[in-house]
Design a protein around this ligand. Structure first.
Ligand SMILES: C[S@@+](CC[C@H](N)C(=O)[O-])C[C@H]1O[C@@H](n2cnc3c(N)ncnc32)[C@H](O)[C@@H]1O
Length: 189
C-alpha cells in the first residue's frame, strides 16, 4: 500500500532497484572539504546504503533508518557494521557525532518536524560539528507514493537552520533535472 512505502519488503526492493545507479558521491566530495577524515558521522535514512558505503571509506559512519525493512537489508549487506533504528525527528540516541548526514530524507518531514529534527541534531553534534543534508528544491509540498514531500528553497532552509547552525553553503545541484536539489552544509553555532 502507498502509505507504507519504504516500510514493506516489496517497496524496499523496488526502491533499491530504482536507485541502484544513484548515490551521493558528489555531495560527499563537498563534505570532505569541511570534515576531517575519520570523523564520526551519523547517517539518517541510509536506505539502500549506497552513501553509507562511500562515507565508510573516509569516515567512521553509523547508518540508520526508521524502516525495519531497510535495516534488514543493510544488516544483511554489511553484517559486521552497526545500523540503528532511528527516526529523523527524535534521533533517539545518547551518542554524539562530528557530523550528521542525510541524502534525500529530511524532505519527508513537515516544517515543525524539520525544526524539531534540527534542534535534536544540535544536541547530538559535537562542538563545531557539521551537518550535511540534501533536499528537493521547490515550493510547497506534495504527496508522492503516499509519502509527504516537503519542497525547500534557500530562504526557508536558512530560516530553519539559522539559530543552530552557521550555514557554510547551500548548493543547488542536479539529481534528475537542472537545479532540482539543494545541499545544505552547516557548522554548529
Ligand atoms: C528517498 S530514500 C533515500 C535513501 C538514501 N539516503 C539514498 O540516498 O538512497 C528516503 C529514506 O529515508 C528513510 N526515512 C523516511 N522518513 C524517515 C524518518 N522520519 N526517519 C528516518 N528515516 C526516514 C526511508 O526509510 C528511506 O530509507
Amino acid at each position: 500500500m502507498d502509505e507504507e512505502y519504504y516500510k514493506t519488503k516489496e517497496s524496499v526492493e523496488e526502491y533499491i532497484e530504482l536507485a541502484k545507479d544513484v548515490n551521493g558521491s558528489e555531495l560527499i566530495e563537498k563534505l570532505k572539504k569541511v570534515l576531517p577524515s575519520n570523523s564520526n558521522i551519523l547517517e539518517i535514512g541510509s536506505g539502500p546504503g549506497s552513501d553509507w558505503k562511500i562515507l565508510n571509506k573516509s569516515f567512521n559512519v553509523i547508518g540508520s533508518d526508521n524502516s525495519s525493512e531497510f535495516l534488514k537489508h543493510l544488516i544483511a549487506m554489511y553484517p559486521n557494521d552497526e545500523f540503528l533504528n532511528l527516526d529523523a525527528v527524535t534521533i533517539d540516541t545518547n551518542r554524539t557525532f562530528d557530523c550528521i548526514y542525510s541524502n534525500k530524507v529530511l524532505h519527508h518531514l513537515k516544517d515543525k518536524e524539520l525544526e524539531d529534527s534540527i534542534k535534536r541534531q544540535y544536541r547530538i553534534v559535537k562542538s563545531k560539528g557539521i551537518i550535511c543534508h540534501s533536499f528537493w528544491k521547490g515550493e510547497d509540498f506534495e504527496i508522492f507514493k503516499g509519502l509527504y514531500v516537503n519542497y525547500q528553497n534557500e530562504k526557508k532552509l536558512k530560516h530553519f537552520f539559522k539559530d543552530y547552525f552557521e550555514i557554510i553553503s547551500i548548493i543547488s545541484y542536479q539529481e534528475f533535472e537542472e537545479g532540482d536539489s539543494l545541499l545544505v552544509i552547516g557548522k554548529k553555532k
